[in-house]
Design a protein around this ligand. Structure first.
Ligand code: ADP
Ligand code: MG
Length: 263
């Protein structure tokens, strides 16, 4: 009845509101400055359940800062981020629980170096989610098996290769039962022969329907696994679209120039 009569601006506002609540993550007009250096300029970005989004772009374009703002490791200087309609960092915002739901895997692994592989995967569930120890242990064992790290459960991180550390970091994030996983260049610190094992683990997660946002320079991988590719440069999203479009038919000169370096 009333939809037709509704003035356009209100309809737009209603659509924006619907977007905020239906999207898993909605980033709106995000701005981030470090001092006078503006690193993110008016970034709008949406993650829906089941998305596998690759973020590509030159070094220094703000990709890590965007992920770090989403994970609330940085406090944005402007704009807003919503998780399931709730403002990230707002009143009554539960940061540890949020970080369980929206997990992050770092280039530098960030494992607890004084704890065994198994314990790395148990402490979050035990202390943040209050999972009983035996259940946390069983879950951790299951996720470590999933990433092929069963033989190393009692090892310390220092005894592992980079690829093994990263697979433990993925198991640790999974042990929190996340709804979304953010990956910031998960293979960039690895020796070439370790890259494949981490990408296979991530490919398997994507195929199982995990919602993922992956900052990567692995263009082949991005093309293969993504439902959407976002190209960032100079603190903004230059263009985004399905992988075939971005890689085979980029609309922007900046994107073409960037991709030509990978041919
Ligand atoms: P990318 O991940 O795309 O390489 P970043 O998000 O790491 O880009 O960085 C974007 C810009 O922000 C860079 O110029 C970087 O030097 C700057 N920057 C990032 N973090 C900080 C910080 N904590 N303090 C000052 N400048 C920063
Ligand atoms: Mg980065």
């Amino acid at each position: 009845c009333c939809n037709l009569a509704m003035p356009i601006p209100r309809q737009k506002a209603a659509e924006a509101a619907a977007e905020t609540t239906s999207a898993a993550i909605s980033v709106q007009h995000l701005q981030m400055s470090f001092g006078t250096h503006q690193v993110l300029r008016d970034v709008d970005f949406t993650v829906r359940q089941g998305d596998v989004i690759s973020i590509i772009g030159p070094s220094g374009s703000g990709k890590s800062t965007l992920l770090r703002c989403i994970n609330h490791l940085e406090r944005p200087t402007g704009g807003a981020i919503y998780y399931q309609g709730q403002p990230v960092g707002g009143e009554r915002f539960d940061l540890p629980r949020y970080r369980a739901k929206v997990g992050m895997v770092f280039q530098s692994f960030n494992l607890f170096n004084n704890m065994s592989v198994l314990r790395n995967c148990m402490v979050g569930p035990m202390y943040v989610l209050h999972t009983p120890r035996e259940k946390a242990r069983a879950d951790a064992m299951a996720y470590l098996e999933k990433v092929g790290m069963t033989p190393y459960v009692n090892a310390l991180p220092s005894q592992l290769s980079g690829g093994q550390k990263q697979r433990v970091a993925i198991a640790r994030a999974l042990a929190m039962h996340p709804e979304i996983l953010l990956f910031d260049e998960p293979t960039s610190a690895l020796d070439p022969q370790m890259v494949g094992e981490v990408l296979s683990t991530m490919r398997a997660l994507a195929q199982e329907g995990m919602t993922m946002v992956v900052v990567t320079h692995e263009m082949q991988f991005a093309q293969e696994i993504s439902s959407r590719v976002v190209f960032m440069a100079d603190g903004y999203i230059v263009e985004e679209g399905p992988p075939q479009q971005i890689f085979q038919d980029p609309q922007q000169e900046k994107t073409r120039l960037f991709l030509s370096r990978y041919l």
